[in-house]
Design a protein around this ligand. Sequence first.
Ligand code: GLA
Length: 634
Amino acid sequence: MTFRTTAGALAAILLATTPAMANGDPLKPAGRWTLPERKQARTPPMGWSSWNAFRTELDEDKVIGAARTLVDSGLAKLGYVYVNVDDGWWLKRRQSDGRLLVRTKIFPSAALPNTDSSFRPFTDRIHAMGLKAGLYSDIGRNACSQAYDLHSPNLPEGTTTEREVGLYGHVDQDIALYFRDWNFDYLKVDACGINVYAPGSAVVTQNNYRPFVPLIDQTSINQTDVPGVKALYDDVAQALARYNPDGDYILSLCTWGSADVRRWGKQTGHMWRTSGDITPSWSRMLHNFDSASTRALYAKPGAWNDPDMLFIGHGDFDEKHLTEARSHFALWAIINAPLFIGYDLRNAPASLMNIWRNADIVAVNQDPGGHQGVIAYASDDAQIIVKTLANGKKAVAIFNRGMAPVEVNLTAAHLKFAVDAPIRLRNLWDHKTLAPFTGETSFKLAPRETLIFEASGDRRLKDGVYLSELPGDVNVAEDGILVPEPDPVVHRMIGQWSGTRDTGERPTYAGWGGAQADATPYDQMLAIGGRHFDTGIGILSQSRLEVRNSGERGRFEAIVGIDDSTRNTQDRAQFLVYGDGRLLASSPALAFGDAARPLVADTRGVKVIELVVRTRSKKSGMPIVATWGDAALR
Ligand code: GLA
């Protein structure tokens, strides 16, 4: 149906909003915050993991040694409490009853009489130190090491089925064992088992594994069975909830940014990897950072973008490269990445300890507001990332991505501070406060340097806050993406495994077109009818945002319209604001080129505001780019 007249459009709007139509309508206001209110991971999880330190060559001394250092050095007090055993811990799946056996040669405390095993003494010890314990598994039958670490002394042993140590077909049994019996607090669930064990593949035939028709194709979102992958992880999430009635657990999804996990990870787990594995290379760090840094609106308390664990202490981030190591840390901190140390903590030099132990930077990451930093300035040379803190101040990271020194101008506008009032910056590396500036200041950055400050000043919006300053209070319930497309704005490095033998890495992580803070879904500047906005939410039509009105602000306002960058210039879209499920305000169906329209809603007493954009005609099948310009709560 197409609407040519305003009257026709209005009639259609009335029809479309009758309750009868609402059934099965994803844009129907939910009237509540629909993400699970998780007890754990209210701030990004922190701790230590064996993987980047030891790969599969871990053992109990190494893990307990790390735990001891966390406690003795004060790191645990700062929040580094999860001690995670990654791949390599298992011996086999016992065939008489399907029980997983621990490789007691490397975890001696797990040995029980009669060849049985239990991690309970290990987790008891970790818990007695005031820490929490994490374990690793795979969503398929086989794990990653069984394909990629074939030289490892710690691969599962035995027959084909004894070596099937992953969760597939054993979810209830394994989760009961890991959480009810062994008392773990955290589970990372990898995905190699549903990715690299294709029928007829060399790894399957040479190692006598049972083949698994891949659900994930890491190079093609179109060939990935997204609902199939999600269903497997949802099954694990449900088992975890069953065996952890107190809610004290974390589920870490490890599909390496594939399977459109950006969209559904927040519903299923506490954190989800946004990219392939990090390596100790600057270029790879950029790749992993970029995979998470543009997705601020998808992270929030209980649900975090995970660009992978820290690689500080190795390669480009070792003791001889402290500038790079500090940058890696500051960047992970400001985008609310989980902070997992991946270094042999039994022998860590003070220079590295002082990075992980920087309480001011950890506090930025762990700020209770849970707002991921938003990119305020972007280029391939330098970036400025600004994060709203719960106390109304800001953290700002100024990042030199390249090998040349750069000069960076930091403006009040980047910080959303008033241009005519003094702004104070406290350097979180040397803890010194700089002389105040008004309007603008500048910094010279060494190659690969990141400066990070706490910023205080008068807010530009004196009596309120812009919505894009509060990504932790926004849930992108529907983002309007019709067909997932790979995100082209992620740094692409020379293949760490293939070199330049192939044609180079192509965009792989779906997410292009996802809702953005202060940019359109395709990374353009927000603009309606020729008017530009430096703040707002960019999203596609057929979308629904839930906004937690935790501050109980009395008024929502925005200037709305079809964005000037839209490819669909033929169709109209309507903007609607709901409060706890009730329609509070709506625009007419707006067309491309129409002037920006103010939209104001009285949100007094409202707990959840919902912002819906509905497509109101169907001349083109293309998505419409919609802009909530200057969207604010006052
Ligand atoms: C995958 C994961 C890594 C690590 C290894 C273990 O590659 O992405 O983080 O857990 O498996 O084999």
